[in-house]
Write a new protein. Structure first.
Length: 150
C-alpha cells in the first residue's frame, strides 16, 4: 500500500494540500527540462509518459478504494497529463510554460468530454480526464508550431 501512496501522490506532493496538482505539473516540467538537457529526448520521454500513465491507473485505482473517488492527494494524473502535453514539443521555457498553462486550463475547466471521463471507475476515471486534457493541450501546441504562431 505504501508503494501506491508514494506513486499516486508523486512522492508526497499530493499531501501539500491546495495547489498540489499545479505543483506536480510544475515538477513534471522541471524534470522534463532536465531530462531533455541530459539527452533523454523523444523516445525515452514517450516511454516514460506511457509508463507513468499506466502506473498511475494502477496506483490510483488502489488508493481510491481507501481515499474515495478522485482524491485530491492523487497527483500522478497531473504528471501523466503534463507529460502528454509536452510530447513532441520543443523543450524551451516558453513552450514549457505554454504547455503548463494550457494543460492546467483544460484540467481545471474540463471542457470537451474531459468531465465525462471522470465518471469512469477507479484509476481510469482519475487518470483519463488528465490524459485527455494533456492531449488537448498538446494538440493546440502542435497547431501553434505548425503555423509558427509562437
Amino acid at each position: 500500500m505504501l508503494f501506491h501512496k508514494l506513486i499516486s501522490t508523486c512522492l508526497g506532493i499530493g499531501y501539500i494540500g491546495k495547489g498540489a496538482g499545479t505543483v506536480a505539473a510544475v515538477a513534471c516540467c522541471i524534470c522534463w527540462y532536465f531530462a531533455w538537457v541530459a539527452g533523454y529526448q523523444f523516445i525515452p520521454s514517450l516511454i516514460a509518459t506511457i509508463l507513468i500513465s499506466l502506473l498511475g491507473i494502477w496506483s490510483s485505482n488502489v488508493v481510491s478504494r481507501i481515499w474515495g473517488k478522485d482524491p485530491a492527494r492523487v497527483v500522478i494524473d497531473e504528471v501523466a497529463g503534463m507529460g502528454i502535453s509536452l510530447l513532441f514539443i520543443p523543450v524551451t521555457i516558453k513552450y514549457l510554460v505554454a504547455a503548463l498553462i494550457l494543460f492546467r486550463l483544460f484540467d481545471i475547466t474540463k471542457p470537451f468530454f474531459i468531465r465525462k471521463l471522470e465518471q469512469l471507475p477507479g484509476g481510469w476515471g482519475i487518470m483519463l480526464d488528465d490524459v485527455l486534457a494533456g492531449i488537448y493541450a498538446n494538440a493546440l501546441l502542435q497547431i501553434v508550431l505548425w503555423f509558427k504562431l509562437f
